[in-house]
Design a protein around this ligand. Structure first.
Ligand code: PMP
Length: 464
């Protein structure tokens, strides 16, 4: 696109630093400026319509332009636009949402701490766990075990838990309190002939070996997303979580389920912990809690952790942790209304039903020469593109095909996420079967273009 002087596009290049963006490339191509949204669609300032098949950032459960959330925010803005929750202050929406989350979440999670983002929530998890173990006099029990391929955020502690190079290279991360174990992705990491269940057994054994090698008295917690999202939509073997959880229990290692993407229906159950039989000691939620209409995340903890933290706060005089926006009244009011919509419109059931349709439609591509794997559950899925189907060889360089696919998909009115060369789908939970068919049609048209480009030897723009 031709970038006119003083246009919104030129001013964006001049003034705004973008997250997850190659800044030099951005200077060359400029932004896509999204102006408005309605249902599963968003529209840019050039008049193009797109299906938002990633729900923004895996998050807009109820779709765009939901007036009930606008009204809930406006009502709360008029009544009490801001107040904090420090030093014994509180307000109705944060109290109601905390109670609601405890009632909805898996058994054994009884207390809630609010933050503004998933990253802050996972930093809060680390601090809760350290504070709790200090309260119990277990000063050495501080290490976290996370997985390669996992995503837990980008702040200094959460970015250390994340198991993706892109978030650590150049940033002097990870910090030394984290160990990463094998990514539970059978397609890539199983040994030849290894069944899904044998793979799960091996990963549970690896976790046990890691805990023993570090010393169980030094390992505090194991953290994972039930279904990995940003790392490529990776669904673990069916019994992986039961097996990992059993190892954790044996060594008094806390289980932390990061459901920032999974929570509130994404996999077809309210929480993915329910789907996999996880009984977490700590649960982290965000994104679909407000459909991202407001920034909000929550950390739910067991009563045992709360009691330790409460005792320690009395000993030290206060729990010296919190954010200006913790439990923000507008965010929590929007969260309450959003969860009410999810319940009233049976969006969790919709995710299960329409999700089956999505999974079936995407599996129609398994025989395509560029498709290595089709994977997913509920309304989250990915198609991994490979250079060689038989050997599973990746493209060289990794990510080039994904980036081309991402750009081409825009031309076909489809917003997906390219994770290296995997194409991820995570549409709003309100999506219908007919709309899924339209997503699949736009995907197929993009795949046709991309296949032709790969067959032509992946020429650079301008050489096509
Ligand atoms: N955990 C998971 C599982 C996530 O997917 C994300 C964000 N994609 C985060 C944590 C971090 O959330 P935020 O971007 O709000 O900091």
């Amino acid at each position: 696109m031709n970038i006119l002087p003083n246009s919104l596009h030129a001013r964006d290049i001049a003034y705004q630093i973008h997250p997850y963006t190659n800044a030099r490339r951005h200077e060359r191509i400029g932004p896509i400026v999204i102006e408005r949204g309605s249902g599963i669609h968003v529209y840019d300032d050039q008049g193009h319509e797109y299906i938002e098949a990633l729900a923004g950032l895996w998050s807009v459960a109820v779709g765009f332009g939901e007036s009930r959330l606008v009204e809930a925010a406006a009502r709360q803005m008029a009544k009490l636009p801001y107040y904090h929750t420090f030093s014994h202050k509180s307000h109705e929406p944060s109290i109601e949402l905390a109670e609601k989350l405890v009632n909805l979440s898996p058994a054994g999670l009884d207390h809630v701490f609010f933050t503004n983002s998933g990253s802050e929530a996972n930093d809060t998890v680390v601090k809760f766990v350290w504070y709790y173990n200090n309260a119990l006099g277990r000063e050495r029990k501080k290490k976290f075990i996370a997985r390669n391929g996992g995503y837990h955020g980008i702040t200094v502690a959460s970015g250390s838990l994340t198991g993706l190079q892109v978030n650590q290279r150049g940033f002097d991360l990870p910090l030394p309190f984290v160990r990463h174990v094998t990514c539970p992705h059978h397609y890539r990491f199983a040994e030849a002939g290894e069944s899904e269940e044998a793979f799960a057994d091996r990963l549970a054994a690896e976790l046990e070996t890691t805990i023993l090698a570090e010393g169980p008295d030094t390992v505090a917690a194991f953290i994972g997303e039930p279904v990995i999202g940003a790392g490529g939509v990776l669904v673990p073997p069916r019994t992986y979580w039961e097996k990992m959880q059993a190892v954790c229990r044996r060594y008094d290692v806390l289980v932390v389920a990061d459901e920032v993407i999974n929570g509130f229906g994404r996999v077809g159950t309210l929480f993915a912990s329910d789907y996999f039989g996880i009984s977490p000691d700590i649960l982290v939620v965000s994104k679909q809690i407000t459909s991202s209409y407001q920034p909000l995340a929550a950390v739910l903890v067991s009563d045992a952790i709360y009691q330790g933290v409460a005792d320690q706060s009395e000993r030290l005089g206060t729990f010296g942790h919190g954010f200006t926006g913790s439990g923000h009244p507008v965010a929590t009011a929007v969260g309450l209304e959003n969860l009410a919509i999810i319940e009233e419109r049976n969006l969790v059931e919709n995710a299960a039903k329409v999700g089956e349709h999505l999974q079936a439609r995407l599996r129609e591509f398994v025989d395509h020469p560029l498709v290595g794997e089709v994977r997913g559950v509920g309304l989250i899925a990915a198609i991994e593109l490979v250079a060689d189907k038989a050997s599973k060889a990746r493209f060289d360089p990794v990510g080039k095909v994904g980036q081309y696919f991402f750009a081409k998909a825009h031309e076909h009115g489809l917003i997906i996420r390219a994770i290296q060369d995997s194409i991820a789908f995570c549409p709003p939970l309100i999506i219908t079967e007919a709309q899924i068919d339209e997503v699949v049609a736009r995907f197929a048209r993009t795949l046709e273009d991309v296949t032709a480009w790969v067959e032509a030897g992946m020429p650079e723009e301008g050489q096509v």
